[in-house]
Ligand binder design. Structure first.
Ligand SMILES: [Zn+2]
Length: 65
């Protein structure tokens, strides 16, 4: 049997990486969707955020300040 990875768990909490504009954007989208009870938009944002964080190199280089 395979162990389910955390990032495949729909209920896994996704936290933005500090200083990452992409994480920031996606979390904002998700929060907005949640506020207006738009479940599909919230799911979309979660999928995008999960996909973004799954990329190993996504957070290797800190964004310029
Ligand atoms: Zn990020």
């Amino acid at each position: 049997m395979t162990v389910r990875r955390a990032y495949d768990d729909q209920s896994a909490p996704l936290t933005p990486v500090p200083g990452c504009a992409v994480c920031d954007d996606l979390v904002s989208l998700r929060d907005e969707a949640r506020t207006r009870r738009d479940g599909s938009a919230e799911t979309d944002a979660n999928v995008l955020l999960r996909r973004h964080q799954r990329q190993e190199r996504a957070h290797e280089v800190p964004p310029p300040t």
